[in-house]
Design a protein around this ligand. Sequence first.
Ligand SMILES: Nc1ncnc2c1ncn2[C@@H]1O[C@H](COP(=O)(O)OP(=O)(O)O)[C@@H](O)[C@H]1O
Ligand SMILES: [Mg+2]
Length: 295
Amino acid sequence: MACRHAPLSPLADQLARSYNRCSLRPGWTQSSFPSVETSAATSAYPTRWNCYQINEPGPSLSAAERDRLISAVASNLGATNWLVCAGSLPTGVRDDWYGELVELGRRHGVQVAVDTSGEPMTQSLHARPDVVKPNVHELAELTGAMPSTLGEVIEAANEVRHRGARTVLASLGADGAVLVDADGALWGHAPVTGVVSTVGAGDAMLAGYLSCRHGRAQALATALQWGAAAVQHEGTLFSPSDSGVEVTVTESVDTSRPLQDRDRPSTQKRCRLSIGLTRMTGNQHTLRSTGRIRS
Ligand SMILES: Nc1ncnc2c1ncn2[C@@H]1O[C@H](COP(=O)(O)OP(=O)(O)O)[C@@H](O)[C@H]1O
Ligand SMILES: [Mg+2]
């Protein structure tokens, strides 16, 4: 067994030690997993039969720590193009905190992207972030309805724009991504055969989008290329290199095209092993540490 991404979190470490005492196989269940102490906010789910993502709550931040964090961000905004607010918020931090960071970015002339879910995402909209990157489940959370076609994604993205986001980059798993801004909607996709792991695909695609300064279509294409590169590898891969897939981006969106990957379970529903069910309504952005346990 090899454990990578050291140092592992305490839970990942426990899982790794437990692994020595049991055999993980496809379809294994919580009951087959021995004595793992967990907290209510921890979830773990298989992303492939031998690859697991473990989501744990972050530490609670005190008021003084929050202030220090804000000061640290502010003092680093000078040479910055983008401030990315991604992930769930630690306990002790109010749901409108990303909104505060959006305003901080604006005061410094720095664009801000928000990639989170639930209330922190909803509340960030009031501060008018430059980009938000919901996946299809997060988009449904924002609007209250799960889109079933590209047209419905565009409608939902426009609603999110009206509520404050300047650009919505909606990632749709295997269905690609839709970019909606003041110039209208673009859809692109980059079909991948042989997906290895989707862990961090959204993070990679947002990084690809932000890395590109050659216009919206090229930025979407780059996002899709980075997303495709990520899903072809275990773990998250941030790579500008050619992923070897064909990327298509179009303004002539077939709005009736059904979403094929829409019913993929969201992160929390994907949990076959669920440790701490009370926070299973959380999502992948509760990620604070990732342990991968490989045979
Ligand atoms: N099964 C897949 N096939 C091809 N590309 C994928 C697949 N899953 C994810 N991607 C790529 O990764 C991007 C982000 O994935 P998605 O699952 O929508 O985001 P998140 O990781 O935030 O939930 C997608 O827009 C797509 O470019
Ligand atoms: Mg995501």
